[in-house]
Design a protein around this ligand. Structure first.
Ligand SMILES: C[S@@+](CC[C@H](N)C(=O)[O-])C[C@H]1O[C@@H](n2cnc3c(N)ncnc32)[C@H](O)[C@@H]1O
Length: 217
């Protein structure tokens, strides 16, 4: 049975709303502080599986300043990338994840903190039409699958053939985009970029490289 977080699982500290306002105002917020928005079981996965704030801020700025105004987070997890982008840039964000429980938690945060310009949907992002998007974000989406129980979580490596298949689907979707489409890739997604893409910016973070690519043909 799928474990689903709900509004009751969202921690309720008076200073969390103030932290969101500081982030939206461009002040420095640590990952430790941001992750307090989540239940403990989700906080524990953060360092390895959710985008660090510094990376999310740079990727969302790169994407939105270069013209991407509707951005798909392929595998949005608990929503960290989209929440930070929605709070700090002019673009709109859609996060999709195959795990309904994490999508439910992301939606609960949107509701609790009244964050606009962000939407979360449960489903397979490789089976979705990308036609309405002008940008995408990929943070190594296909390598792990999560299982949550009340009070605990685990992750399992995805079978190599499924990992390869999903990477190929994203490659094909990227190939089909219009010129001008931008994609930010953090720690890869299992394949290279199609040859019509040009590397526009790159930065090395502790866990790996962040790159911005533009479809130029
Ligand atoms: C490394 S996490 C990244 C989470 C989020 N993007 C972030 O940066 O905080 C990758 C996520 O991709 C999800 N995922 C894997 N395959 C997917 C697919 N085909 N469609 C949508 N989500 C997928 C996993 O469930 C996981 O939550």
């Amino acid at each position: 049975m799928t474990f689903v977080f709900n509004q009751r699982d969202v921690p309720d500290h008076p200073d969390l709303g103030a932290m969101i306002k500081r982030l939206a105002a461009g002040e420095v917020v640590s990952d430790h502080d941001f992750d307090r928005l989540y239940p403990k079981v989700v906080q524990k996965l953060s360092r390895t599986h959710w985008t660090p704030i510094a990376v999310a801020e740079m990727a969302t700025q790169w994407l939105s300043r270069s013209g991407a105004d509707r951005i798909l987070d392929v595998g949005s997890g608990v929503g960290k990338f989209c929440l930070i982008g929605g709070l700090t840039t002019a673009a709109t964000y859609v996060g999709m994840d195959t795990q309904p429980g994490m999508v439910q938690l992301s939606k609960a945060l949107l509701k609790r903190y009244k964050i606009g310009k962000v939407q979360f949907k449960a489903g397979d992002a490789t089976a979705e039409s990308w036609d309405t998007f002008t940008g995408a974000y990929l943070y190594n989406p296909f390598s792990q699958r999560f299982t949550f129980q009340r009070g605990g979580a685990s992750s399992q490596a995805v079978a190599p053939d499924l990992y390869d298949r999903q990477g190929q689907l994203v490659y094909d979707l990227l190939e089909q985009r219009q010129a001008g489409f931008r994609v930010a890739v953090y720690c890869g997604y299992g394949r290279g970029l199609p040859p019509q893409y040009t590397l526009v910016a790159a930065e090395l973070f502790g866990a790996g490289p962040l790159e911005l690519w533009e479809k130029t043909q």
